[in-house]
Design a protein around this ligand. Structure first.
Ligand code: WTA
Length: 651
């Protein structure tokens, strides 16, 4: 970690928001931020009650917070319907006929849904769900392309109180099956396919394959996106449009308790299968709403665009719940950033006059590589605010974003947060915070972030440690679905009553937070979390593989690439074909994002005398080709030499 700190210490460039931006921003001075921040920490109930009041409630809460670490309840006694805050509440205002979603398909067609139209679609789909016998608290898997129906499906689940679990459309049939099993889902909402890089992703086929293993699913609702040929199983599968013709478009939203579960989203941890991160209703929505309002400074005349997929937490909070609760107009895009070429995003920014743009560092690096001529061809003057999320942004990427996309006029909000935190936790406020390339700067309201050392003491300036949150916040995950023990063990065991994020970080002398990266065995590939254990278990499922160890290594575009070390079963010979086959096998088992960049066959893996794989050595080997430090605990030193040779050959 110390090397990273040194690099960051050399960063002297500081960018202050322009006077024009500050003047119009919701929070426009550091003094104002500090006063509100202090209030949010000292009197969280006062601060959050004021924010939550702006949502739509059917019954007001009696108590803002019940906190019995690590379990929080927010807005206790209150009742609301999350979809009412996102839709119904706008219908009696000037937003009724305002565009909620301007959607663009990858092939180029566009569709606009006003708040009134989106509300109607959600009501219809709510009635479809009810007709299929889906009730409050039932779990529903959503496996969709990036089409408005994905948002409609989520909002309709919320409206009837069903718990959605969105599975990213790039994940495999096995991944769907695992999530169905863990969540106990009884219904799946999917599409015949979606477009990605000019090809159809056969989503329904993957669902069919998953359901061969999972018999608990009674209903599959299929949105027709491509019109391609798919199998429809009688008694189980129905078409969305056919059902829609048979139900009413009126649906009165019933209120649910503040703590009613809203969704489960699976995310990778350092061990085992992905964890079902559970979020509840009122606190989550308050976090989503408030962060959009202050950090993205959302206004009625904005056109906002978050390029994430709804399959990730960023899509949940910053495509569906946050922007809609703010009544903003947003762009939603189905396909790849480089289809038909790397100008696609900038062409869309120009055509739709996007004013707020939120993307990931990995995308920015891919754009840099593709060349400046792509953005230069387009008029990007509508942009006024930029954001990034998902991984630490390297200063080069930050500067390019600032100059080439932001025209040196747009503040950049580098937002640190996690699936578990539900909403942005550390970020500049665009009208206030001086930004420095590479730091997410200061904590958001109500976020008591700190860096602690192994003994639980707060680290001094520029001293690396563990990033923790010391107080509960409204959008925090409530638990790991059905696994409170794992919840406690994963996030709350390091320091009593404090949330450990799993990231290493340090603060500079001004108090800015610099996130260094994961401290555990979680990889961050193109801004997406992947557990080394997941990739390893996919590898050992292959009948040629005896053992596997997976580590990350720096990758120019993806942030981290995946390197696997594999020992083969007795009698199996290594070959380039087997190497390819194993890479494909992982992609099929988990999804294309998990495909290893490199696989090294090894006679043995470096282990301690007690048989534990020494990942530290493997990490060092792949990043520098050498190992330094103590290897005396290693069982067989020759293993390292063999691996070194294999890596040298591969490069
Ligand atoms: C990383 C994504 C540095 C971090 C919203 C975290 C970041 C993990 C940033 C969560 C950032 C996210 N700077 N690192 N601005 N944002 N991360 O759950 O390691 O997919 O723990 O949530 O991404 O990933 P997740």
């Amino acid at each position: 970690m110390s090397k990273n700190i040194e690099t960051h210490l050399h960063e002297k460039r500081i960018f202050k928001p322009s006077k024009e931006f500050s003047k119009q921003a919701r929070i426009s001075s550091m003094a104002e931020y500090k006063a509100l921040y202090q209030e949010s920490i000292d009197k969280p109930s006062t601060f959050w009650a004021r924010e939550a009041k702006e949502l739509s409630w059917q019954k007001k809460w009696t108590k803002v917070l019940n906190w019995k670490a690590p379990f929080a309840e927010w807005f206790v006694g209150g009742k609301l319907n999350v979809s009412e805050s996102c839709l119904d509440q706008h219908l009696s205002t000037h937003r009724r006929n305002k565009a909620a979603i301007i959607w663009e398909g990858e092939p180029g067609e566009t569709r606009t849904l006003t708040y009134l139209q989106l509300h109607r679609e959600v009501c219809i789909f709510s009635n479809i769900l009810l007709k299929q016998g889906i009730k409050a608290k039932d779990r529903v898997i959503i496996y969709m392309p990036m089409v408005p129906e994905a948002a409609v499906a989520m909002l309709a689940c919320a409206r009837i109180g069903a718990v959605h679990s969105v599975v990213f459309g790039g994940f495999s049939a096995d991944s769907i099956a695992d999530r169905i099993e863990d969540s106990g889902a009884t219904a799946v909402i999917t599409a015949d396919g979606g477009y990605r890089r000019g090809k159809v992703v056969p989503l329904k086929d993957s669902v069919d394959a998953a359901l061969e293993k999972q018999s608990g699913v009674k209903t599959v609702i299929v949105h027709q996106r491509t019109g391609g040929k798919i199998a429809m199983k009688k008694g189980r599968d129905v078409y969305w449009h056919e059902e829609a013709a048979q139900v009413s478009s009126v649906h009165e939203a019933k209120a649910f308790d503040s703590e009613h579960p809203l969704f489960i989203l699976y995310t990778s941890g350092s061990t085992g299968k992905p964890k079902g991160i559970l979020h509840s209703s009122a606190g989550y929505l308050t976090g989503a709403y408030t962060t959009c309002k202050y950090i993205f400074d959302m206004r009625d005349d904005d056109v906002y665009w978050c390029t994430a997929d709804v399959g990730w937490i960023t899509g949940h909070t910053y495509i569906v719940y946050g922007p809609l609760a703010n009544g903003v107009t947003q762009v939603m895009y189905e396909g790849a950033p480089n289809y038909p070429d790397f100008g696609r995003f900038w062409d869309m920014v120009e055509r739709h006059k996007v004013s707020i743009f939120y993307t990931a560092p990995t995308a920015i690096r891919a754009f840099i590589k593709a060349g400046d001529h792509f953005p230069e061809k387009h008029d990007l003057s509508s942009l006024r605010l930029l954001g990034t999320v998902g991984e630490p942004i390297n200063p080069e990427a930050w500067m390019w974003y600032h100059e080439k996309i932001g025209g040196e006029r747009c503040p950049i909000v580098d937002t640190w947060w996690q699936t578990e935190t539900g909403a942005i936790m550390i970020s500049p406020l665009p009208g206030v915070t001086p930004t420095i390339p590479g730091t997410a700067t200061l904590p958001f309201f109500g976020v008591d972030a700190a860096i602690l050392d192994e003994n639980g003491n707060e680290c001094g300036p520029n001293e690396g440690g563990k990033l923790v949150i010391r107080k509960p916040w409204p959008s925090m995950t409530r638990t790991i679905y059905k696994d409170k023990a794992r919840f406690r063990k994963t996030y709350w065991k390091d320091y009593e009553g404090k949330y450990t994020a799993g990231d290493g970080a340090f603060r500079d002398r001004k108090g800015n937070f610099w996130i260094v990266g994961r401290l555990d065995d979680v990889l961050n590939v193109s801004g997406h979390r992947l557990g080394t254990a997941e990739v390893e278990s996919a590898l050992v499922e292959h009948n040629s593989v005896a053992e596997a160890a997976v580590v990350g290594r720096p990758h120019e575009i993806k942030g981290q690439g995946i390197v696997a070390f594999v020992t083969l079963k007795e009698g199996v010979l290594d070959s380039p074909e087997l190497n390819q086959e194993l890479r494909t096998h992982v992609a099929q088992a988990i999804g294309a994002i998990a495909r290893p960049d490199e696989i090294h066959f090894a006679p043995a893996l470096p282990k301690t005398r007690s048989g534990k794989i020494m990942r530290r050595l493997l990490k060092e080997l792949v990043s520098s080709g050498k190992v330094s430090g103590n290897i005396t605990t290693l069982e067989d030193v020759q293993v390292i030499e063999a691996l070194q040779k294999s890596i040298a050959q591969a490069n």
